[in-house]
Write a protein that binds this ligand. Structure first.
Ligand SMILES: O=C(O)C1=C[C@@H](OP(=O)(O)O)[C@@H](O)[C@H](O)C1
Ligand SMILES: C=C(OP(=O)(O)O)C(=O)O
Length: 452
């Protein structure tokens, strides 16, 4: 089992670039694979989750020529020859690994194809709720069965059927469910409409638009007419703000520290972490670069300060959902109380992230009260160095590696292989932050082999 050994760090001045955005990389592989023509995708996240999605598309006849690879991980640049919406039957079941995004979006994408597909995942994914996509997809005419032991769980089998458009009110604020319905709606005869209870990440809508598909967004309503075929284009995936979040918190909570993150995605449905950390007292300087492909991106500069607690707003929750474990670490380091409520969705991620975050915070001596829909953290007391588990959850592993930077002694995080699902090179960046600086050559980590 691999582990992170973390020692406390005084201060640091670091400039780095994080690997490509996970949400966008999944969608780039899918939409380029459905398009007419050949797309060149760069900045692709070569993590297990996204490589599994790319493999799924390849298994269904999509040709992919790798142009650049991160050795030991996967492709970061590739040419994808799309199949004009007509995929071919895979020769076996499709492995989605640990990825909820991969499985749920692929289920929508396969709904209108004329062959049988089976999607399976690891133990964690097999226990996550799939009823949330089965229900709307079945209402669209999709023949989808949950074959798992637990009701409504993976593996999923999708058989050929004619897909009808739907007007669907999402019961939860989930971009994955919204995207599954929209992708299925691409093959429907008529207009599919999804109504969200709150704004969720809009990468599917933006990427479809970038590939020439008309998507109409009016407030919380999103709709698209079926029968449109995406047109190939080149697409560069910016850095993942959810990966940058670990260093953003590390810098924000350390007075005197400075962090620059280059070329990171700044889509407003993903930047609530910046608003929260600013309210807590850190300085956040946004340097947006022109948005050329429908996704805003730019550089960020963070200056640390003594933090104070904050209340996360209900509408912020979907826009920082994956950052909550590391934000909870920031809360434990801040004076006063931080309230994280309306976050029930955390309980159905790779782990029950309310429980695993609370468990590890308590192991470090943090003061935290658990609620069904979140937690309240009273911070300010020093954290203790501790041995903690990742519980097989990449965000938990990385969040508590960051906590270890602030402890009164060394910490160990056990079971860190899971970090490969979203952040190749995290260990390399962690070592650089522990050294207090990153060399110029480290900027290129996402597209090159770690050289340390
Ligand atoms: O659409 C996406 O790419 C994602 C949506 C979120 O999940 P939900 O849609 O289930 O909230 C998020 O937690 C996940 O990491 C990625
Ligand atoms: C929840 C996550 O991903 P997914 O749902 O795709 O497994 C995540 O990356 O934190």
């Amino acid at each position: 089992m691999s582990r992170f050994e973390v020692t406390p760090v005084e201060t640091f001045d670091v400039t780095l670039e994080v690997p490509g955005d996970k949400s966008m990389s999944h969608r780039a592989a899918m939409i380029a694979g459905l398009a007419t023509g050949t797309s060149t995708i760069t900045g692709f996240l070569p993590s297990e989750d996204c490589v599994n999605t790319l493999q799924a598309m390849k298994a269904c006849g999509v040709r992919c020529e790798v142009l650049e690879e991160l050795p030991g991980f996967g492709p970061v640049a590739m040419r994808i020859e799309g199949r004009s919406m007509h995929l071919t039957a895979p020769s076996g079941s499709i492995d989605c690994g640990n990825s909820g995004t991969g499985m749920r979006l692929l289920a929508g994408l396969f709904a209108g194809q004329d062959f049988i597909t089976e999607l399976f995942g690891d133990e964690s994914l097999s226990s996550r709720p799939m009823g949330r996509i089965i229900q709307p997809l079945a209402a669209m005419g999709c023949r989808i069965e949950a074959l798992g032991e637990k009701e409504g769980s993976a593996p999923l089998r999708i058989s050929p059927a004619e897909i009808q458009p739907i007007r669907y009110e999402l019961p939860m604020a989930s971009a994955q469910v919204k995207s599954a319905v929209l992708l299925a709606g691409m093959t429907a005869a008529g207009t599919t409409e999804v109504i969200q209870p709150a704004v969720t990440r809009d990468h599917t809508e933006r990427m479809l638009e970038a590939f020439g598909v008309k998507v109409v967004t009016e407030g919380l309503h999103v709709s698209l007419a079926g029968g449109q075929v995406p047109q190939a284009r080149d697409f560069h995936v910016p850095g993942d703000i959810s990966s940058a979040a670990f260093w953003i918190v590390a810098a924000a909570a350390r007075p005197g520290a400075r962090l620059v993150v280059k070329r990171v995605g700044l889509n407003p449905t993903r930047t609530a972490i910046l608003d929260a950390i600013e309210r807590m007292g850190a300085t956040v300087i946004r340097r947006p670069v022109e948005d050329v492909q429908g996704e805003p991106f730019g550089d960020l500069e963070i200056h640390g300060a003594p933090l104070k607690g904050t209340d996360l707003l209900p509408e912020e929750i979907p826009n920082l959902i994956d950052e909550i474990p590391v934000l909870a670490v920031a809360a434990a380091l801040a004076e006063g109380t931080t309230r994280i409520r309306n976050a029930r969705e955390l309980r159905v991620k790779e782990t029950d992230r309310v429980a695993t975050t609370v468990e590890n915070l308590r192991a470090m001596g943090g003061q935290v009260e658990e609620f069904e829909d979140g937690m309240e953290i009273t911070g300010g007391a020093p954290l203790r160095g501790a041995e903690m588990k990742s519980y097989g959850d990449h965000r938990i592993a990385m969040a508590f590696a960051v906590a270890g930077l602030f402890a009164d002694g060394p910490s160990t995080i056990l079971g860190t292989e899971c970090v490969r699902t979203s952040y190749p090179g995290f260990d390399h960046h962690l070592a650089a932050v522990c050294r207090g600086a990153v060399a110029e050559s480290d900027y290129q980590l996402p597209t090159r082999a770690p050289n340390a």
